[in-house]
Design a protein around this ligand. Structure first.
Ligand SMILES: [Zn+2]
Length: 400
C-alpha cells in the first residue's frame, strides 16, 4: 500500500511531500510524490503519537478546570475512588484505550497499580509499556515475588513491554525503591517515577518534615526513614545500578538535577494540561530542553488532564511555553519517546518514529488548516483524519 501526503514529518528539520510504501504493516521506504492508493491533501502524516505518561484506569471525567483542594487531598481522593470502583476500573480503562486511539495515539507508557489496564488492553492493538505501580510505605510492603511474576507475564511481547514504577520517592520506602531500581537495571528494563511533583518532596527527603511527612504519618509510616544522604537523582545516575527511566513531572528539578537526568539517559515527562489543573508554577521544560534533556509529553490521567489527546497536549504545551518551537513539540510525541526506548535496547516495540524502513506502520494523519505559520504550527490546530497501527486502519474520517 502507498499513502501519499502533502506533508510528511520524519523528525527532520523540514517537512516534505512524499509517499510511504507499506507492506505487511511495516514501512518499506519513502518515495517522492507520485501515484498512490490513498492521497492525503493538505494533510500532515507522522508516526503515531506516544502518550508518555497516562493512568488509563483513571479515564474519568474531570470536575472543573482547577483542582478544588490541595494536591495531597486530591491524591487521597484518587486512592479512595480506585478502591470504590474496583472491577469497574477495567471498563474505564477500556474506554480510555478507545479514546486514545481515536485521538491518534498508537502507544502509551501506562502506569497501572492493580492490573485493570492490563486486562483491558490485552485484546487491543495499542502498543504499550505497562508499568506496575508500586506503593510501599514500609519495609513490610515488599512484594518482590509478585512484581517479578508480573514482569515475566507478558503474552504479547511484540506489543507490550512490562516494567516497574515505584510511585514516588515519598510513597516507596527507600530500601524497596533501591531494590526496584536495581531489579530494573538487572533486567535492562526502564522504570518510571513521579519525581519532584510537589515542592514539599525535597523537604521530606532532606529533613523528614513538612506536608510530605504529615502525609506519611497519616498512613502509619515513619518520615525519618525517607531522609536521604545523597540526592535521589544522583543515586539513580549510576549506570551499574540504574537503567534509564522516566522522570515524571520533575516540576521542581534544579539545573544541576537536569544535568544528571541528561547524563543518565533518562527522560523528563511533561504533562501540561494536568500541570495547569494543579496550578503549578511554570514547568522547567524549556530549561530541560536547553540542557539536552529529552522531554516527552503525557496527559497523566484523564481525571486531571480532562482529555487523552496528544494534539491537545501539544497545544497546552505551546500555551504554557510559547518559546518552544512547534517542531520540538512534535518530536516530544513522536521521535523523542522512541529514542528513549531505543536507548534501552527496546527499539523493536515502537521503531524510530522517523518512518524509516523497518519501522512499524503506526501512523497518524492530521489536517493542516490554511493560515499563517509553518505546517507544523498550523497542524496543531488541525483535525485527526486517520490513525493506523501496524498498517491497519483504526480511525478514518474522510477530509472535508
Ligand atoms: Zn501520574
Amino acid at each position: 500500500m502507498r499513502i501519499s501526503a502533502d506533508h510528511i514529518f520524519t523528525g527532520a528539520d523540514s517537512v516534505e511531500a512524499g509517499r510511504l510504501v507499506i507492506e505487511n504493516g511495516i514501512i518499506q521506504e519513502i518515495l517522492a510524490p507520485g501515484e498512490s492508493d490513498l492521497h492525503l491533501e493538505n494533510t500532515l502524516l507522522s508516526c503515531g503519537w506516544v502518550n508518555s505518561h497516562v493512568h488509563l484506569d483513571l479515564s474519568l471525567p474531570r470536575d472543573g478546570d482547577r483542582v478544588p483542594g490541595s494536591f495531597e487531598d486530591w491524591l487521597g481522593s484518587v486512592v479512595q475512588s480506585r478502591r470504590a470502583l474496583g472491577e469497574e476500573l477495567k471498563e474505564i480503562s477500556a474506554k480510555g484505550i478507545e479514546e486514545s486511539i481515536a485521538a491518534g495515539t498508537t502507544a502509551v507508557f501506562d502506569i497501572d497499580p492493580e492490573g485493570h489496564v492490563l486486562d483491558a488492553i490485552q485484546y487491543s492493538d495499542l502498543k504499550r509499556v505497562i508499568f506496575r505501580e508500586v506503593i510501599a510505605l514500609t519495609r513490610e510492603d515488599d512484594n518482590s515475588d509478585a512484581w517479578i511474576e508480573f514482569l515475566n507475564g507478558t503474552t504479547d511481547p511484540r506489543r507490550e513491554l512490562r516494567a516497574l514504577s515505584p510511585h514516588s520517592p515519598y510513597t516507596v520506602h527507600p530500601e524497596i525503591l533501591n531494590s526496584l531500581i536495581q531489579l530494573s537495571a538487572k533486567k535492562r528494563l526502564p522504570w518510571a517515577m513521579h519525581i519532584a511533583e510537589a515542592a514539599w518532596e525535597r523537604e521530606l527527603l532532606d529533613t523528614g518534615t513538612g506536608p510530605g511527612a504529615k502525609f506519611l504519618q497519616r498512613f502509619g509510616a515513619d518520615p525519618s526513614e525517607f531522609v536521604r544522604k545523597t540526592n535521589l537523582l544522583k543515586s539513580l545516575g549510576n549506570p551499574e545500578k540504574s537503567s534509564p527511566g522516566l522522570i515524571i513531572h520533575g516540576n521542581h528539578c534544579t539545573t544541576e538535577e537536569m544535568a544528571m537526568i541528561a547524563e543518565s539517559g533518562s527522560a523528563l515527562v511533561w504533562c501540561p494540561s494536568s500541570h495547569a489543573y494543579f496550578n503549578r508554577p511554570p514547568h522547567p521544560a524549556p530549561q530541560a530542553l536547553s540542557q539536552g534533556v529529552p522531554v516527552l509529553l503525557g496527559t497523566d490521567g484523564q481525571i486531571s488532564a480532562g482529555h487523552l489527546s496528544m494534539l491537545k497536549e501539544m497545544n497546552s504545551a505551546q500555551k504554557a511555553a510559547p518559546t518552544i518551537p512547534a517542531i520540538d513539540l512534535w518530536r516530544m510525541v513522536t521521535t523523542a519517546p522512541r529514542e528513549w526506548l531505543s536507548g534501552l535496547g527496546q527499539s523493536h516495540l515502537l521503531g524510530s518514529g522517523k518512518l524509516q524502513a523497518g519501522d512499524p506502520a503506526d501512523l497518524v494523519a492530521v489536517s493542516v488548516p490554511q493560515g499563517s505559520g509553518g505546517v507544523l504550527e498550523r497542524a496543531l490546530n488541525g483535525k485527526i483524519l486517520g490513525c493506523w497501527i501496524d498498517g491497519r486502519v483504526k480511525t478514518w474520517e474522510a477530509p472535508e
